[in-house]
Design a protein around this ligand. Structure first.
Ligand SMILES: N[C@@H](CCC(=O)N[C@@H](CS)C(=O)NCC(=O)O)C(=O)O
Length: 203
């Protein structure tokens, strides 16, 4: 399998962490591609032109980090990062997916802010910048209040939350998110000590 990534992409990082946690590194070739440069290899693997993308030897492909992570998790047994779909909404499968979705939403808004701020100043939309900034703050507040940040269980929700902080540190240092979100900051700092996180630090 080929996994198209870019070193700074938090969505690709989720998949790269899962590859390592599941011991799948010997079976996955990571290919660095710039999703903003019409990279021919990436376009062939994924018409949506986003990283991450997973390409199989028979030509099949998958996009979207959430789908790719769930697929990678299904390839081997322990550690199980996504429990079977059963149980109450706040726990187990649905709780994990809910926390992953919250983390992904924060990342989507953070990435949009980065892209908008890369445009010439006269072309930036104050309306969208304000909307995404407010949405990011609201989502981080909700994560801090409700996302079970003190759990030691490693799952797809925890991994997704764990990549939010380092991405904000890298791309949104002015946001000073740590002060208002100590639970998320502590979770991210704990996870950054794991080999899978060390090996995939954004840069
Ligand atoms: N929902 C997607 C988002 C992926 C995404 O936005 N990737 C960015 C890089 S961080 C990208 O490839 N952007 C290129 C583009 O949207 O044209 C996922 O979870 O994989």
């Amino acid at each position: 399998m080929k996994l198209f990534i870019s070193p700074a992409s938090p969505f690709a990082r989720k998949c790269r962490i899962v590859v390592r946690e599941k011991g799948l590194l010997p079976h996955v070739q990571e290919i660095t591609a710039d999703p903003y440069a019409d990279d021919p290899g990436l376009l062939q693997a994924n018409p949506i032109a986003q990283v991450p993308a997973l390409q199989f030897d028979d030509g099949h492909w998958m996009s979207d980090s959430s789908l790719i992570c769930a697929f990678l998790d299904s390839l081997s047994g322990e550690p199980r990062l996504l429990p079977e779909p059963a149980g109450p909404v706040a726990h187990g499968h649905w709780g994990v997916r809910w926390r992953e979705t919250l983390a992904d939403a924060a990342l989507e808004m953070a990435v949009k802010l980065v892209l908008e701020n890369r445009r010439p100043e006269t072309e930036r939309s104050p309306l969208w910048l304000a909307r995404w900034t407010a949405g990011l703050h609201r989502t981080l507040d909700r994560i801090e209040a409700q996302a079970s940040l003190d759990s030691d269980t490693l799952d797809l929700g925890t991994i997704a939350l764990g990549v939010v902080g380092p991405y904000l540190d890298l791309r949104q240092p002015a946001l000073r998110w740590r002060e208002a979100h100590p639970g998320l900051a502590a979770l991210c700092d704990r996870l950054e000590l794991r080999p899978s996180f060390i090996d995939t630090r954004p840069g």
